[in-house]
Design a protein around this ligand. Structure first.
Ligand SMILES: Nc1nc2c(ncn2[C@@H]2O[C@H](COP(=O)(O)OP(=O)(O)OP(=O)(O)O)[C@@H](O)[C@H]2O)c(=O)[nH]1
Length: 332
């Protein structure tokens, strides 16, 4: 009997992948999907993207069942729809495991109730919330007297990061390759203050031992384990901390010069947290998926699945999109 058949009469683990913009959620998901399939399991994915296009989905195997939730956040505006998508995924696919990739601005604790509710109608059970944190980004935010923690914008971001960390049973302190040993230690201490109960693993490119992945399917998350008991009344917010974050999606009318485009990315202002997209260059025939996260860029040749136009998604706060568009046009 295959693992899939064995699982039919039991529960379907749901694993939530959370973490700020560009911390490595999709990188982890790719690895865990591969392991799932190698073990004869049938995985499925709920992919939430803040922008109008499912760019992360382009990086996953085409045969993995997926429900897309675009242009919003499953922890607030799309929360009702999230339960429905989970339900549909179970009915249509009967997967062995479901991974939920949140947007980088989601508060994962908000999903616990939705999953508990849907588990009354289907055999899903939330087994783990995994939060990824960018070691270098956090180190820069935490350095005393750098001024990074000052200002409303950073305070809001800090609150969101804290919520994501507090919700987790497993925290991956990722991008360790970009941080010093001292920075890793300092960040680890702070993560421990925020969440005393979670397991913390230091990772590069979200690489973990298969054992850790297995343990994420076996556990069970209760409301208290998900940090609800940690929330003091004084810290309760009616508005989500990410309300100020906006997404600008821009369809590229034509190919751009590769060097000028890279310069454009590197000159993006500090209020831009993340950019990604698919572009064509005038100096090469291939199309590229690009990533811009915390000042680092990556370009990977891609043949998109389906009819996907060249598109750019930029996420930040109080962005001057007219100026961004103008400077982008100068790359043509
Ligand atoms: N140097 C370094 N880069 C990494 C590491 N992990 C991921 N990256 C890169 O960081 C960028 C963002 O990674 P993703 O996996 O797309 O991050 P994400 O959390 O899914 O991002 P969002 O789509 O914003 O939610 C990509 O270019 C990755 O290749 C790491 O440990 N070290």
């Amino acid at each position: 009997m295959s693992v899939h058949e064995q699982n039919n009469n039991t529960t379907i683990p749901v694993v939530i992948l959370s973490g700020f913009l560009g911390t490595g959620k999709t990188t982890l998901l790719k690895q865990w999907l591969q392991w799932s399939m190698e073990q004869g399991l049938k995985p499925a994915v709920v992919m939430n993207e803040a922008g109008e296009v499912n760019l992360d989905g382009q990086l996953l195997p085409a045969d993995v069942a997926m429900k897309e939730m675009l242009n919003g956040c499953i922890c607030c505006s799309m929360r009702g729809d999230f339960g429905l998508k989970l339900y549909e995924l179970v009915q249509e696919e009967q997967p062995d495991i479901i991974y939920v990739e949140c947007t980088g601005i989601a508060e994962p604790m908000e999903l616990v109730d939705s999953i508990t509710e849907i588990s009354l109608y289907t055999n899903v059970v939330l087994t783990s919330i995994v939060t990824l944190a960018d070691a270098k980004h956090l180190a820069d935010l935490f350095i005393p007297d750098s001024g990074a923690e000052r200002g409303t914008s950073n305070r809001k971001m800090m609150h969101l990061l804290k919520e994501q960390v507090r919700a987790a049973q497993l925290i991956l302190l990722n991008k360790a390759d970009l941080a010093t040993v001292e920075q890793l230690e300092a960040v680890k201490l702070r993560l421990r203050e925020w969440n005393a109960g979670a397991r913390i693993e230091v990772t590069s490119h979200a690489k973990v031992e298969p054992e850790l992945w297995r343990s994420c399917m076996d556990a069970k998350v209760s409301h208290t384990a998900a940090g609800k008991s940690n929330s003091s009344a004084g810290e309760h917010h009616h508005h989500h901390t990410h309300d100020a974050v906006t997404v600008w999606t821009y369809t590229m009318p034509r190919a751009v010069d590769s060097e000028r485009f890279e310069q454009w990315l590197m000159s993006l202002p500090a209020n831009v947290y993340r950019a990604k997209g698919i572009v064509s260059f005038t100096d090469t025939t291939k199309r590229y998926m690009f990533q811009f996260a915390y000042r680092a860029t990556e370009f990977v040749p891609i043949t998109p699945q389906g009819d996907v136009k060249d598109v750019i998604v930029v996420i930040g706060e109080q962005m001057d999109t007219a100026a961004l568009e103008q400077s982008l046009q100068a790359c043509e």
